[in-house]
Ligand binder design. Structure first.
Ligand code: HEC
Length: 259
């Protein structure tokens, strides 16, 4: 009886304390741990799912690219997610690129080409901050490497909106409550909503689905050579195992003669 009472008391105390814990954790700069998801590219044999990467790129291109850059990616790199040359040409041609100078020394606009770097949403940092209430939308090329939870983190931030903040907690003007971001308030307005994009493969565009897809795409952007790295690792390990076997066999043979 006493045991149960104790448990009930601890439970009650935890419920009362949890908003405070939240506020304290936020002050200490500790975000909530993202949920661990399963990814096709996990583990030693993990591979990217090309359909997922293409959906993720679609989300990035339609939504995220209005604020975030992808510094190290050129359009031609998109062959890595399984897009054909014609598809890449069409995607690149959707943007206007400043080129020049022409024969009169003037710069001019032309449609993008596969060799162009992926479009930058802003001309400079000042312009990016001015458009985002003073906050800078970071480049997302390496975000899944820069944050320990990688794609789980990106997914958590994207789906981490909508919860009511604890009563003690102050959400400053122009920010949203998001416990997965380091300060628990984020200057990025919720970027995704149901059916924000239309998927060519007919997949239902729920917020969770789009968040997963774009997180997988960003994992690819951070490490396009992941599959080759894993294959090489596997070949090297297999080689070492065979070599160890051969060495052991020859050692036995040599020592057998000496005994
Ligand atoms: C309207 C502009 C805008 C759009 C659209 C947008 N973001 Fe953001 N994003 C921001 C800003 C601004 C920040 C910085 C927030 C801060 O510092 O409080 C940010 C921060 C982030 C972060 C946290 C980065 C970190 O440092 O940990 C991630 C992850 C992110 N965005 C991913 C995305 C993805 C993926 C999309 C597309 C689905 C997207 N964003 C769409 C403006 C935007």
């Amino acid at each position: 009886m006493l045991g149960r009472l104790q448990i009930a008391f601890v439970g009650l105390a935890a419920m009362v304390a949890s908003p405070m814990v939240g506020a304290m954790a936020a002050e200490a700069g500790k975000a909530r741990e993202p949920t661990e998801l399963e990814w096709s590219f996990d583990g030693i044999f993990g591979q990217f799912d090309r359909a997922e990467l293409q959906r993720g790129f679609h989300v990035f291109n339609q939504v995220c690219a209005n604020c975030h850059s992808l510094e190290h990616i050129a359009y031609r790199h998109l062959s890595g997610i399984g897009l054909s040359e014609d598809e890449i040409k069409a995607i690149a041609a959707e943007v206007e690129v400043t080129d020049g100078p022409d024969e009169f020394g003037d710069n001019f606009q032309r449609p993008g080409r596969p060799s162009d770097p992926y479009r930058h949403p802003f001309d400079n940092e000042q312009q990016a901050r001015a458009a985002n209430g003073g906050a800078l939308p970071p480049d997302l090329t390496l975000i899944t490497k820069a944050r320990p939870a990688g794609p789980d983190y990106v997914h958590a931030v994207l789906t981490g909106y909508g919860e009511a903040p604890p009563s003690e907690f102050e959400v400053t003007e122009g920010k949203d409550y998001n416990p997965y971001f380091k300060t628990w308030t984020i200057a990025m307005a919720e970027p995704l909503f149901e059916d924000a994009v239309e998927y060519a493969d007919g997949t239902e565009a729920s917020v969770d689905q789009m968040s997963r897809d774009v997180s997988a795409f960003l994992a690819w952007a951070a490490e396009p050579e992941l599959e080759r790295r894993k294959q090489t690792g596997f070949v090297v390990v297999a080689f070492l195992i065979i070599l160890a076997g051969l060495l052991y066999a020859s050692k036995r043979q040599m020592w057998a003669k000496l005994h």
